[in-house]
Write a protein that binds this ligand. Structure first.
Ligand code: PMP
Length: 367
């Protein structure tokens, strides 16, 4: 049998593993930070209408610049982000993973480096690898907040071309204060200057505000967003960024022509028509997230503060063993490889009850 390493693949890919959150068929799946609520029926019908309309022109390539969609995304950001954003400042792709890939293809690449403060979203490092960008793992405090003096020192030392700041951070949950982002941005500009990518995939669940207002006068700042979480549309694959229009122009150099299908654009436009309904689920999920925190603490677990739709909990001598024990009780959570900690996504009240029953049960077993 031919193995991957028998193939003439790039050296830096040899022996590596792909991104692989398990997709297991268990009753309660709380492992990939999805929104547990299916799209409401009126929206499902609207998607069908819009897609039917798009199907009539599928013989043609889609709008390469996705102008209608970018206009609506800009409107959404302006309405919710406390800052006026125009369509020229917005770019969209197939999930924010593709947005990040396009950014690294444009601003990273061979001979260049990117830094992230770990533990954080593992795909930043993996996409860096896939684009031939060197990866630097930056520091955090023991409580998982960014150690700003150590982080600025790391930026000054390594002079990376791209800096990733995930806020709220995945998998640990807490948001990064605007002052910290500004300090890192200034350090990155002094060192090189470099592109600072603020990954706000979970910002709609945060106690605080989006950092969109920081875009003013900062051409090397990018805010990355997604419809996979708050909009409950992970299956759609729609991510987007807001930045200086020059950044949007720059990513045109690497994006594949017609990368965003007409079906994707039509579906995303339909979802944006139902923004208000979709964001009501966000409020419910925030309450459930807070309930998970309270109940985990009451059950004797430790948690890290969460501004997202998930909670990191622990601490365990052997987190993977506990992951398996929770799975044995029919609940799939996430082992992100952070020693001592696991992560649970806020689900429906019934799913969260099932999770809480499982972890309470485990405590009883061990007491
Ligand atoms: N950024 C962060 C921090 C994430 O956690 C995720 C998904 N887990 C993404 C980006 C990518 O999301 P998508 O490609 O679905 O937009």
């Amino acid at each position: 049998m031919t193995r991957i390493d028998d193939l003439p693949i790039r050296d830096e890919l040899r022996g590596k593993s792909p991104y692989g959150a398990p997709q297991l068929d268990v009753p309660v799946r709380l492992n990939t930070n999805e929104n547990p609520y299916p799209l409401p029926e009126p929206l499902v019908r609207r998607i069908a209408e819009r897609v039917t309309e798009a199907a009539r022109s599928l013989n043609r390539y889609p709008d390469r610049d996705a102008v209608a969609l970018r206009t609506e995304l800009a409107r959404y950001l302006t309405r919710t982000g406390g800052h006026r954003v125009t369509k020229d400042q917005v770019w969209a792709a197939n999930g924010s993973n593709e947005v990040i890939q396009q950014l690294l293809q444009t601003f990273g690449g061979p001979g260049r480096t990117a830094i992230g403060f770990e533990p954080s979203y593992s795909m930043h490092a993996l996409i860096a690898r896939g684009t031939g960008t060197g990866w630097i793992s930056g520091p955090r405090h023991a409580d998982f907040t960014i150690d700003v003096p150590a982080a600025t020192a790391a930026i000054a030392e390594h002079r990376p071309d791209v800096v990733f700041i995930t806020t709220p951070n995945n998998p640990t949950g807490s948001a990064v204060p605007a002052e910290a982002v500004l300090a890192l941005y200034d350090a990155a500009q002094a060192a090189r200057p470099s592109l600072v990518v603020v990954d706000e995939a979970y910002v709609e669940f945060s106690h605080g505000d989006s950092l969109l207002p920081l875009l003013d006068g900062r051409p090397n700042l990018v805010i990355s967003r997604t419809m996979s979480k708050a909009f409950g549309a992970a299956g759609l694959r729609l991510g987007y960024l807001a930045a200086d229009p020059a950044v949007v122009d720059a990513v045109q150099l690497v994006r594949l022509p017609y990368h965003l299908s007409a079906v994707t654009q039509a579906t995303a436009l339909a979802a944006l028509e139902h923004t208000d309904t979709l964001l009501k689920y966000v409020e419910q999920l925030k309450q459930e997230r807070d309930r998970l925190v309270t109940e985990l603490l009451a059950a004797g677990y430790e948690v890290t503060a969460s501004d997202a739709n998930f909670v990191q909990f622990g601490r365990f001598d052997d987190a993977h063993k506990v992951w398996q024990q929770i799975l044995d009780r029919g609940v799939l959570v996430r082992d992100n490889g952070v020693p001592g900690w696991l992560r649970v996504t806020a689900g429906t009240p019934a799913e969260n009850d099932a999770f809480l029953d499982a972890v309470r049960d485990l405590k009883k077993e061990h007491s």
